[in-house]
Write a protein that binds this ligand. Sequence first.
Ligand code: PMV
Length: 327
Amino acid sequence: TTSSNNSATALAHTNIALIKYWGKKNADLIIPYTGSLSLTLDQFYTKTQVSFDRQLEQDTLLINEQAVTDKSWQRVHDFLNLVRQQSGITENARVISDNHVPTAAGLASSASAFAALAAAASKASGMDLNERDLSRLARRGSGSACRSIYGGFVEWQRGSDDTDSYAVPIENPNLKDIRIVALTIETHQKPISSRQGMERSVTTSPYYPTWVKVVESDLKEIKSAISQNDFAKFGAISEFNAMRMHALTLSANPDFLYFNGMTLDAMNEVKRLRHAGVECYYTVDAGPNVKVICQTKNVDTIANTFSKILGPEKVTVAKPGPGIKYL
Ligand code: PMV
């Protein structure tokens, strides 16, 4: 008989890295070369239901009410195989997933997607994983997903194998009034996936070994900025770290770049605001979108400035968000 035990629903929020994960030491297990540090956001989340059902002839995937059968299905299927292997369950699964984006916020969905899938699938399979093991499992779907198990500031400790590479929450964090203004910048170029981009940076950028050293000190510094409630230090390290990550794309062979002209304009506008006394910093991931890092006191000025430039529908204000939830 199929009992309700074979079904579970989980909700996970996306996260933005301030100290970036860029490069895998082990591509199969997704073990990174460096640690990373992120903030889980309240604005964008994925809700996923997984039901294991012996009547199903294969795994099925529905995202925002659309049946998915392409590469994304394969990735979800591979991940479910991992859950079946760990739990001993043999049934196929029905996966129903909804991504909640306010206005095409330009935030990556793989972190919230694989965090929610890991939680729902492991629960539905009968495994009762603690948060650490859930983080390890989510990591196998997408590296950044291991950080979305927790809310607020989160560090992914790189570890060296499957057992010790997982995320942990930052204890007693300060900087509680932090805000992220996410700017959606259109691109018409076919993006280079983070997977491909990392691979190429690791194997061809002469600066990659230096990046590994830089991240080690950036992580130490940003953690001290968080505990000392030092926003200026926090913002400056975040901005430097993002630029140093993107330098690994410029220095790769063949070189590539995630920024476009509007990305550069937005970055310059952040600097202009900062020099005018509105303290803010930027970070950019594997795409053209810019996220502005600021505090509550300046968030309206910054959001209004970019609403005038880009249109209000391209500007989303996010706060620190929660960790994984079961529904
Ligand atoms: O988790 P992935 O494979 O989508 O990689 C994420 C890469 C960055 O977003 C650029 C950095 C990060 O740490 O999230």
